[in-house]
Design a protein around this ligand. Structure first.
Ligand code: TRP
Length: 530
């Protein structure tokens, strides 16, 4: 295998890598989605389950992705092809099954799904295991099309905030402002394009001078803004109810569906399942400790999600608003909440809040673009600047369609016709369809593919070998010896048959994580009911 780690650009240091990867993970998922789904699923009880999912499934898969990237020093497609260049009888069998499913679906008139399975079958025949990476490289186009829409809203709200257009006192007024995007989608399109262009601007400068520099500046700023907002929220009269809502576990409200939502969200929130972490890992050099880096990324992501809950719920409760408002919680309730505080600087708090959201979305958007860009550079020998240009342009086009069709399809009748033909329904907008398709299908299946590939095709042994390069003592330390505080005791000797962290990782990625993902997936497509 050609290993061009000497020519590939690398992160300046471990901190830069951790901040960039945490920047990818920390996004809209943490700041509006996590608090809201927590609210709907029993508060503290849901948080506990989410923490379990993060540690037991998210962390092992994060380690897999980073390791695969660092070993191959390539984008997701190249990484899979570097380890398994040729199709095998297994991939051909999988391809055949996909082909049969595709034909079946076409016969029943389900053209859209049939087409998707047909493409997957072709990928499996042609690229073998590389198709997991290829799907990963294509996923950002789907995610970014709606992520850019919401990113644009956050930008628009920030501008509205500082120009004092968010001085509103009722939710009706807030709804009117939000719906004005529907009446005049060109404003939303403008901000969405600005957001996408800004993401493109950062990746234009590459890894060290682009992504790493931006993350080193933006992430501390994000943390600072969040702390300010928490202090404001917690000092409101009646804030304690919000804290209680977030932290006291009410297991009565926790359903089996809630458990599955927690797992799916763990994937989205940690940016797993499509090779974003793999790509970031490919810019890492061998001297860095993957265990420690992954733990830090997961810790930061979880911390920010919990802090976002602490900033939002006390404010919502203090103002006696409904905590289960979903996406509207952020865009419609927060400005009203801040204005109702009555200290005449509500607009400032609103602006800070939307700036926070905007920064979070930006550092995530960057990672979504970089996955495709790295693929164009490695596999198709694009220069970085032309790759950035091409990807940003394509993503912008998808984003414009999504932004225009968020509220109703009628604005783009030809797209509605295509959707009607392919999926027999236009119940959901382009925006909802992109969100649903990527979160419920692409990411869990990508995560499944990655863990099975590392555990069974590449082999845990080789993965651990790669991890050892930057963290020998961690891979081979006995788990119980570590717990007991005997890590440095020469008498607690290494024993290859004992339960080391490496052994635990292997068991997780070969069995536990795939099984959990399969259960989640079957549930989300409705084949498994609890
Ligand atoms: N993790 C981000 C969030 O919480 C979203 C995101 C960025 C993402 N890159 C990703 C999700 C890659 C899945 C895969 O908002």
């Amino acid at each position: 295998m050609k290993n061009d780690s000497t020519t590939r650009e690398h992160w300046g240091g471990s901190l830069g890598f951790v901040l960039a990867a945490a920047g990818s993970a920390i996004g809209l998922g943490n700041i509006w989605k996590f608090p809201y789904i927590t609210g709907m699923n029993g508060g503290g009880a849901f948080v506990l389950v989410y923490l379990f999912c993060i540690i037991l499934i998210g962390l092992p898969i994060m380690i897999c992705e980073i390791t695969l990237g660092r070993k191959t020093q390539k984008n997701p497609l190249g990484a899979f092809l570097a380890i398994a260049p040729h199709g095998t009888s297994t991939t051909r069998s999988i391809g055949s099954v996909f082909l049969l499913i595709a034909l079946g679906l076409l016969c029943f008139g389900k053209f859209g799904l049939g087409l998707i399975f047909g493409v997957l079958a072709a990928f499996a025949f042609y690229f073998g295991w590389g198709s997991i990476g290829l799907v990963g490289v294509l996923t950002p186009f789907v995610i970014m099309s709606y992520y850019g829409t919401v990113g644009g809203w956050t930008f628009a709200y920030f501008i509205k905030g500082i120009t004092q257009q968010l001085n509103i006192s009722s939710t009706v007024e807030a709804q009117n402002i939000f719906n004005s995007f529907a009446l005049n989608p060109f404003v939303a399109v403008f901000y969405q394009l600005m957001f996408t262009l800004l993401c493109g601007f950062v990746v234009w400068f590459g890894i060290k001078n682009g992504i790493e520099l931006a993350s080193k500046f933006l992430l501390p700023l994000l943390l600072l803004l969040l702390i300010l907002l928490i202090m404001r929220s917690l000092t409101l009269p009646g804030a304690a109810a919000g804290v209680r809502f977030l932290l006291s576990p009410d297991f009565g409200k926790l359903t089996s569906e809630g458990v599955l939502i927690a797992l799916g969200h763990a994937f989205f929130s940690l940016s797993l399942g499509m090779g974003a972490m793999l790509t970031y890992g490919s810019y890492l050099d061998s001297s860095k400790n993957i265990y420690i880096a992954s733990l830090n990324i997961v810790f930061l992501d979880t911390l920010i999600a919990l802090m976002a809950g602490l900033a939002i719920f006390p404010a919502v409760f203090a103002m006696q608003m409904n905590p289960e408002a979903g996406p509207g919680l952020v865009f419609q309730i927060m400005p009203v909440t801040f204005n109702a505080i009555g200290d005449n600087v509500g607009w400032l708090w609103s602006s800070l809040f939307f700036l926070l959201l905007f920064i979070a979305a930006l550092t995530s958007g960057i990672s979504l673009l970089e996955v495709c860009i790295s693929c164009l550079i490695d596999e198709f020998h694009f220069k970085r600047h032309s790759a950035v240009f091409g990807v940003t342009l394509l993503v912008s086009i998808m984003g414009v369609l999504s932004t225009i069709s968020v509220f109703d399809w009628e604005k783009i009748p030809w797209l509605e016709k295509i959707f009607l033909f392919l999926f027999n329904s236009t119940d959901a907008s382009f925006f909802d369809a992109a969100d649903n398709f990527s979160c419920n299908y692409l990411l869990p299946l990508g995560g499944l593919g990655i863990s099975l590939f590392v555990g069974w095709v590449w082999g845990t042994r080789y993965a651990i070998d790669e991890i050892r390069k930057g963290g020998e003592q961690f891979s081979d330390v006995n788990f119980f010896t570590l717990l007991a505080g005997l890590k440095d005791d020469p008498n607690a000797t290494r024993d290859s048959h004992s339960l080391t962290l490496g052994v635990i990782l292997g068991i997780f990625i070969r069995f536990l994580s795939p099984i959990c993902i399969i259960i989640t997936f079957l549930h989300s497509i409705g084949w498994l009911k609890f």
